[in-house]
Ligand binder design. Structure first.
Ligand code: ADP
Length: 428
């Protein structure tokens, strides 16, 4: 038969009557399991020095353990609550002083007294919060029996008040953080915004790889022979959607990079004629270019001047992709899109994309290149536009020391022109 009268050893303290609220107050300080901090380390060093003891702790009494925010002369960072002298100390508002544990009925059989660290002397001042909860103690311990002078006790109590002030500070900080956004805390908001931007960059970065896997596998299956036509079409839709998402992600990443000043082109000689031809080829094969004619216009190449600039080929390709993508989006079925490159003989080369879309209103011709800018007609439509493509184009053009703008075509539609220096400007 089970023993119904399990003897609780005398060194195990009862729970305080306000235990649940006390634990809540302790958690609100947001301090458990945080790394050491100089403010608390200094306090325990002073306490040990002041009392001439080899061990001192800022000790917080958690549900089942006591955890040391700062410690001198003690190895472990926590011990079970049942063994804690401090669990007794928090039952009171006054310091608990045990001159010699061997002769104290409550502690003589405590394993911390009988074994390491062989505690004989204990003095603990409860850390009482402003709302009256004893969160733990500032305590000093020794392996010899001893007493404190009234001055030492007073000093220890003053240090304990300092610990409480530090803990309250943390709690207030945490409450402030939770109350954001506060209209007066503009600096905090800016910092929070930056953190959010950084997080967004990280997420976007993490989306890149899974998307590559989707694209790679969908293309692999779509290229299989004998695939039913319906399946192939479905896969093409997957690929088109994934490519569009990929473009958006890359734009987001690069706009972020440019804003942090780290969109740095790696210039190499780039043959713009080849770049145009390859962009046209790729775009023509895409689903959303269906029913539109995309052609390359490389007239100026015939004039003999090579269409070669010092530029970052990846960035130039992506500018073209974005421009052609837009041209396809806004040119009605049956329409034509022209992509060209030309030398101007003045140290600049030009890339251009002309479409047969609705054009861009005059008062928006500059603003379309701003981040998140969309022409009002699109705002409510179902088109997937978030207004980052042209922002990327401008930032990438500027990173090369070049510039980009849009004009109306005489025949209707838009003409986007990107002018690049043959050799990138200083620092580009
Ligand atoms: P997104 O990356 O979302 O496509 P962009 O920055 O490329 O956004 O474009 C911004 C806005 O400029 C679009 O919402 C659209 O209103 C307008 N726009 C861009 N290209 C064209 C175009 N070729 N013809 C007409 N409007 C365009």
């Amino acid at each position: 038969m089970a023993d119904q009268h399990v003897q609780i050893p005398p060194y195990v303290a009862p729970l305080p009557p306000d235990e649940d609220a006390r634990l809540a107050a302790l958690l609100a300080c947001d301090v458990l399991d945080t790394p050491p901090e100089l403010a608390f380390d200094n306090i325990v060093a002073l306490a040990a020095r002041l009392t001439g003891t080899p061990m001192a702790l800022v000790n917080l009494v958690d549900r089942a353990r006591q955890w040391f925010k700062a410690r001198v002369g003690v190895e472990p960072t926590e011990t079970p609550r049942e063994l804690a002298f401090c669990a007794h100390a928090i039952l009171r508002r006054e310091p608990l002083i045990v001159g010699d544990a061997h002769t104290d009925g409550r502690f003589a059989t405590n394993p911390l007294v009988l074994g390491p660290p062989h505690v004989r002397f204990y003095a603990g001042v409860p850390l009482v919060s402003r709302d009256g909860f004893a969160l733990g103690t500032l305590c000093v311990l020794d392996r010899e029996p001893r007493q404190l002078t009234p001055q030492q006790l007073e000093g220890l109590q003053a240090l304990a008040r300092q610990v409480v002030i530090e803990l309250e500070l943390r709690r207030r900080n945490r409450e402030l953080e939770e109350r954001l956004p506060d209209p007066t805390a503009i600096a905090d908001l800016a910092a929070a915004q930056q953190q959010k931007d950084e997080l967004a960059q990280l997420i976007v970065h993490d989306l890149k790889n899974p998307l590559m896997i989707i694209l790679g596998n969908a293309s692999y299956i779509a290229d299989r022979r004998g695939l039913p036509e319906g399946d192939r079409r479905a896969l093409r839709d997957v690929i088109t959607a994934a490519e569009s998402l990929q473009r958006m992600i890359m734009n987001l990443l690069d706009v972020g990079r440019a804003e942090h000043g780290v969109l740095l082109p790696r210039p190499r000689p780039v043959d713009l004629a080849e770049t145009v031809r390859s962009a046209v080829r790729t775009a023509s094969g895409r689903n959303d270019a269906r029913d539109r004619r995309i052609t390359a216009n490389l007239g100026a190449e015939v004039g003999g001047e090579p269409l070669v600039v010092e530029a970052d080929v990846d960035l130039i390709q992506r500018i073209l992709e974005n421009l052609i993508d837009n041209a396809c989006k806004y040119t009605p079925a049956g329409g034509a899109i022209e992509v060209g490159a030309s030398a101007r003989g003045d140290g600049w080369l030009e890339l251009w994309v002309a479409d047969e879309g609705p054009g861009i209103p005059d008062n928006f011709k500059t603003r379309v290149f701003d981040k998140y800018a969309r022409v009002a007609r699109d705002a409510g439509s179902d088109r997937t536009s978030c207004g980052l493509g042209l922002a990327f184009c401008r930032l990438a053009a500027e990173a090369h020391g070049g510039r980009i703008w849009v004009e109306d075509r005489r025949t209707g539609g838009s003409l986007f022109r990107l002018r690049l220096p043959l050799v990138p400007a200083e620092g580009g």
